[in-house]
Design a binder for this molecule. Structure first.
Ligand code: PLP
Length: 379
């Protein structure tokens, strides 16, 4: 295979996928509780999203950002109407959205230091790898982009200690996803927002994994009394088509004027057609209410069936984002579950991460819990 071995791939070759199910080339079906790492929040090939993309496919695919793009404006309007962000920059991935946020924060403040957190994950480009508070991500790549400092998650004093006159921003995930599914405490998150205000520092919330309904709110920061100056989106925004977005308050509009930043493919019409349909569905209050109800159902099941197992140390959950923290490395569990037809994710060494599609049914959750129970019981 002429592919760089950057991924340790599981032995599953996908033939097709619909809703919460994937079928492999041998006809075996799998229940997908990873959603393509938190991307297919509406399930695979959601009919409304598919129709919107098909329609766009017959209109035009790409014209560049040299010309007006009405679908970009529509998607931006949906995001800003449903948040306190005012302006949107579209790109193609989470890392690019965070790159844009880092560039904007440095330009807008004229300062360079950005405080992020131990065990955070913000991407794989040079700036976002430097922002990521995990040594293993940076290993072997030489000198990093400077001026990032790592505070301890859920420890407000550690943030305060790192603030100095050159601090531009604090960048935080409201639930650390890759770092093991750790939700931010209320006191911590609101304390960070207050510290930022008091010190004239921008608050950047990385919503790449937590946004678009994943945590039972439109955006994860809605769980807290905070208003980020900048937030970033990707993953669920396109439900499988590559798209990222950096959203900021009006005060920073002129810092991203003509020529300051850009992307050939950013806001591509096909990705925008998908995002437009996704947001029309996800931003309906009834949809969000259903996600909350499903998350409560899942929580009750997890508490009853999984938490008492000897191999399980703790369960952490925010909406449809779940981490089952075990006493030892869970890599074998992921493979065993795959054999049984359930796809789950790892987060760190000991955490089984569940990111089921938000359209998952109670019957599918029951089935997943049964498989998890029988597998973790003998672990
Ligand atoms: N930020 C967070 C919180 C993420 O979870 C991820 C990906 O897992 C990224 C950024 C990077 O996104 P991408 O892989 O689209 O560049």
């Amino acid at each position: 295979m002429a592919l760089f071995p950057t991924y340790n791939r599981f032995p599953l070759s996908v033939q097709s996928a619909t809703g919460a199910e994937i079928t492999d080339i041998h006809g075996k079906t799998y229940l997908d509780f990873g959603s393509g790492i938190g991307v297919c929040n509406l399930g695979h090939c959601h009919p409304i999203v598919q129709k919107a993309v098909e329609k766009q496919l017959h209109l035009y695919w790409h014209t560049s950002n040299l010309y007006e793009n009405p679908i970009q404006s529509k998607v931006a309007a949906q995001i800003t109407t449903h948040s306190h962000g005012d302006y949107v920059f579209f790109c193609n991935s989470g890392a690019e959205a965070n790159e844009a946020a880092i560039k904007l924060a440095r330009k807008a403040t004229g300062k360079e230091k950005i405080i992020t957190f131990q065990q955070s994950f913000h991407g794989r480009t040079f700036a976002t790898m430097a922002a990521t508070g995990q040594e293993k991500v940076r290993e072997g790549f030489g000198t990093m982009l400077e001026k990032f400092a790592y505070a301890t998650f859920n420890n407000l004093a550690s943030v305060e200690q790192l603030i100095d006159e050159n601090t531009a921003a604090v960048m935080v995930e409201v639930v650390q996803g890759e770092g093991g599914v750790h939700p931010a405490d209320h006191e911590f998150m609101e304390g960070v927002a207050t510290l930022c205000k008091e010190n004239n520092i921008l608050l950047i919330v990385d919503e790449i994994q937590t946004g678009i309904g994943r945590t039972g709110k439109k955006f994860g920061f809605e769980h807290y009394q905070i208003e980020p100056d900048i937030f970033t989106l990707a993953k669920g925004l396109g439900n499988g088509l590559p798209v990222g977005a950096m959203v900021a308050k009006a005060a920073y509009k002129d810092d991203f004027g003509p020529g300051s930043h850009g992307s050939t493919f950013g806001g591509n019409p096909l990705a925008m057609a998908s995002a437009n349909a996704v947001l029309q569905i996800v931003f309906e209050d009834t949809f969000i209410d259903e996600v909350e109800a499903k998350a409560t159902y899942l929580q009750e099941k997890l508490e009853k069936e999984i938490a008492p197992l000897a191999s399980v140390q703790a369960i952490r959950q925010k909406g449809m984002m779940v981490g089952i923290d075990c006493h030892k490395s869970v890599a074998p569990i992921v493979t065993q579950l795959l054999d049984k037809g359930l796809l789950v994710l790892l987060a760190g060494d000991t955490v089984v991460r569940l990111l089921p599609p938000l359209i998952v049914t109670e019957a599918q959750m029951d089935e997943a819990i049964e498989l998890l129970k029988e597998t973790l019981a003998t672990f």
